[in-house]
Ligand binder design. Sequence first.
Ligand SMILES: *Cc1c(COP(=O)(O)O)cnc(C)c1O
Length: 426
Amino acid sequence: MTRLRTQIPGPRSLDLAARRKGAVAAGVGSTLPVYVERAEDGLLVDVDGNRLIDLASGIAVTGVGNPAPRVAAAVHEQIDRFSHTCFMVTPYEGYVEVCERLNALTPGTHEKRSVLFNSGAEAVENAVKIARHATGRTSVVVFDHAYHGRTNLTMALTAKNMPYKQGFGPFAPEVYRAPMSYPYRDGLTGPEAAARAIDVIEKQVGVPACVLIEPIQGEGGFIEPAPGFLAALADWCRERGALLVADEIQTGFCRTGAWFAAEHQDVVPDLVTTAKGIAGGLPLAAVTGRAEVMDAVHSGGLGGTYGGNPIACAAALGAIDTMAELDLNAAARRIEATVLPRLRAAVGRHGDVRGRGAMLAVEFADRTPEVAARVAGACHAAGVVVLTCGTHGNVIRLLPPLVIPDGVLDEGVAVLEQAIVEGVGR
Ligand SMILES: *Cc1c(COP(=O)(O)O)cnc(C)c1O
């Protein structure tokens, strides 16, 4: 509590909230409406001087730290030389180098190509465009609880109605939803759950252009499919000639203790979408995939004014260097090892504690948002930034910066433990 000077949110944040009401569209929400002035060492410092413990990283974005020294230096260096040319007008080296890194880091040793965009949704849209173009088919298979973005096509790909879809239709066609492997709720093995999904796909779709899946679901509740689920889907895709697209936008870049979460199930996707953690907070996203699939698209068929902006590319190179240098995969695994047992002890039989690396969650047994909202509210009041997720809103998720100091993490988790014990009424 010594980190807090006022109630949360404090008076200056409340003033800004009032100003915001008259200026910012009401449709944009904020989980914890403290207005941030700066960030440091796993903390967000707000305009009232409160220092909040960051267990969210701006939704899995600032894993390398906020600010991250190498990212900041790279951005300064780049913006002093040039800020933009548009890669489609006159190209520059940074874009090429980011693509080379992505091709080397994503799963599989096959020949790859990459293309850069601004947001995760844009990357997913383009992965679908590429898959359609390369296969000559149109249908896309997605899963229960999936989250792929908020644009028209990605809204259709996203499962949850409120708040993402309600009133925003009509949605893009040729999207089919299959049942996900959900070990805590369905009790199926990976191969059993895959057989169930494949049965739906074969009966309702035939062979799609692509099967699009988050290797560990993010907004949908940090659901990791049972072992063998992804491999069985990958086998089916390969046999039928459908492309397997892994949406690694939340799971990528060391978040789960590996460069990409598909590695945990030994799966090599045909296409991978990335964003969030890629560039230390600068807007950048990518599609990386098999050279023959990516290069099937005609010249000029992919792009965008800002896609692979030079400043965002410089930031990505700084961020990726930081991940390698500080071995943030190992850091993520250390976070898992210290936090998971503590949460399991706090939750007991009242829910499921799961996750990998620094992507950890508590799902409360009751399929209503009340307990999770209570627990998150208690954390927020105590100055700890946590997020909720899940189709039923009954999941607390942790996405701490991978560089969070041990003491700060310990303090944040202690607040969460207490909030859980009180929230489930033990
Ligand atoms: C956040 C997210 C997206 C959308 O990314 P934006 O940058 O918000 O458009 C897509 N897929 C997954 C898995 C995500 O977590």
